[in-house]
Design a protein around this ligand. Structure first.
Ligand SMILES: Cc1cc2nc3c(=O)[nH]c(=O)nc-3n(C[C@H](O)[C@H](O)[C@H](O)COP(=O)(O)OP(=O)(O)OC[C@H]3O[C@@H](n4cnc5c(N)ncnc54)[C@H](O)[C@@H]3O)c2cc1C
Length: 463
């Protein structure tokens, strides 16, 4: 068969969720994937590998126990790259296994090769052995994701100057690391390596890191990083990268030089749309390879061709990509969808982790909404004492007029899980009273919600 109801190009979170959604309602679905296994960046070089690495590092270093036993405490002495890789491969194999099984159960066909459009319904797939297959789709989803941005003047060499895909294959742990790029990926890797006691410098040309996050949270976070010895260089661009005795030296425009054993260049990613021959179906991508879509339906300018996931840009998360894929498939096959909730959470798996949902204090102020904040420190909770936490905070923002929750911002242990309580209250339009009136399990970090609410209530008063 070479005609399908739905052709999905790319098997990352957006593609796989769309494919399964369409297959579940009985449509014939083909997923075209140029990698050797399904899963996309999320499974092979992005989300899952970096989170597995983080978990392994936290376990082997005994990071979570250091509040009690001191900075020198380690579960395993002399941690090697091999220790880190072992768990990585096991996790990835398992993830791929689950995915392949999902596809098989739902009757989704896969074809391994690089897809390119020949016209608006036709896709040509070049297989690994050079054979070319032609397939037709009534509806087509572009979910090809991104690849690391590699500017020509950065001397990537696969050994000491690496991008964020290559860092996963690092053969031995460096003693020092410079990370260029204070976005999510740069910050995650910088803090993971720092937890391994690697000497880390983080370079960001803007005046701060993670600028889209509530600034009070970032101040707390940056303070924690500096406190444990990380060198953070804001506000200066990289002028050049040179080598001194094989070690890369990062030279900033302000004249500062940073020499380290390894350099990770993590300043952005570009959409992998260049190989798709988009012109053949009347579509284009911007200079960073990203495509424009209708934000409600994920249709491109050619209505039967959809695009979802990182290939359409912000927010470029696996979580949101899956939802976009599902919505695109539902729209393509006329499955009714309720309107999307107002807010989705953002999780940053740095050490410590950060998670946020809703409006930041800067945004609330910018919109002119009268507001009040409430803050809880994890060290104020009994759970925090039990866990030996010295850091961590939960901040909530409420409207003074309606008392509705406007935003939740958390830095510290469990932030990416805890945030979902706030997300539920926010999207269900709950108010300060929800947190005041409800009982929370004790002792938990979630109790921080009640403490932060009481903190706001002290200034806002009763209803
Ligand atoms: C280091 C790192 C850490 C991350 N951490 C998180 C996190 O903690 N949480 C989170 O939510 N998100 C995280 N992300 C982001 C997340 O990985 C992406 O948002 C997600 O993978 C995007 O999914 P996608 O479906 O758009 O495509 P991708 O996962 O990028 O997959 C695209 C697939 O398309 C294939 N492809 C490309 N071109 C073609 C072609 N022409 N023909 C056939 N196949 C093709 C590729 O081989 C690939 O398999 C992280 C990303 C990185 C890089």
């Amino acid at each position: 068969m070479n005609r399908y109801d739905f052709i999905v190009i790319g098997s990352g979170p957006a593609g796989r969720r769309a494919a399964i959604q369409a297959a579940k309602i009985g449509r014939s679905v083909l997923v075209v994937e140029k990698g050797r296994r399904v899963g996309g960046v999320s499974v092979h070089t992005g989300t899952i590998p970096s989170k597995t690495l983080r978990e392994t590092v936290l376990n082997l270093t005994g990071w979570r126990e250091r509040g009690f036993y001191g900075k020198a405490y380690r579960v395993k002495k002399d941690i090697t790259a091999r220790d880190l890789m072992a768990r990585l491969h096991m996790t990835l194999d398992h993830e791929v296994d689950v995915l392949e099984h999902q596809f098989a159960r739902n009757g989704v066909e896969t074809m391994f090769g690089t897809g390119r459009f020949v016209d608006s319904h036709g896709v040509e797939v070049t297989l690994d052995n050079g054979d070319v297959r032609r397939v037709e789709g009534n509806k087509i989803l572009i979910s090809v994701g991104t690849r690391p941005y590699r500017p020509a003047d950065v001397p990537f060499n696969g050994t000491s100057v690496l991008d964020s895909d290559e860092i996963l294959e690092v053969p031995r742990l460096p003693r020092s690391l410079t990370v260029v790029g204070g976005g999510v990926i740069g910050v995650e890797y910088a803090t993971i390596f720092s937890a391994l006691d690697v000497s880390v410098s983080l370079v960001e040309s803007r005046p701060s890191i993670l600028e889209f996050i509530d600034h009070e949270l970032i101040e707390d976070f940056t303070h924690q990083l500096r406190d444990r010895g990380m060198a953070i260089r804001f506000g200066s661009k990289v002028k050049s990268i040179e080598f001194e005795n094989d070690w890369p030296v990062t030279i900033l425009e302000n004249g500062r030089r940073m020499r380290s054993e390894l350099l990770l260049y993590a300043a952005g990613r570009v959409g992998a749309t260049d190989s798709l021959n988009l012109a053949s179906c009347g579509l284009t991508a911007d200079e960073r390879g990203r495509m424009k879509v209708d934000p409600k339906t994920f249709q491109t300018e050619v209505p039967h061709i959809y695009a979802a996931g990182d290939a359409i840009g912000f927010p470029s998360l696996a979580s949101t990509s899956m939802e976009q894929g599902r919505i695109a498939a539902c729209h393509a096959f006329n499955i009714a969808m309720p309107p999307a909730p107002d807010y989705f959470p953002y999780g940053i798996y740095s050490v410590p982790e950060i998670s946020t949902v809703g409006m930041s204090e800067e945004e609330v102020r910018h919109r002119g909404i009268p507001y009040e904040c409430g803050i809880a420190r994890f060290r104020e909770t009994s759970r925090g004492h039990i866990m030996g936490l010295n850091n961590g905070m939960l901040k909530m923002i409420f409207s003074i007029k309606t008392r509705r929750l406007l935003g939740v911002h958390i830095v510290g242990e469990g932030a990416t899980e805890l945030v979902h309580i706030g997300q539920a209250v926010l999207n269900l339009h709950g108010t300060l009273e929800y947190f005041i009136e409800n009982t929370f399990n004790y002792p938990t970090l979630a109790e921080g919600y009640k403490i932060a609410a009481l903190d706001a209530w002290n200034r806002m008063g009763a209803l």
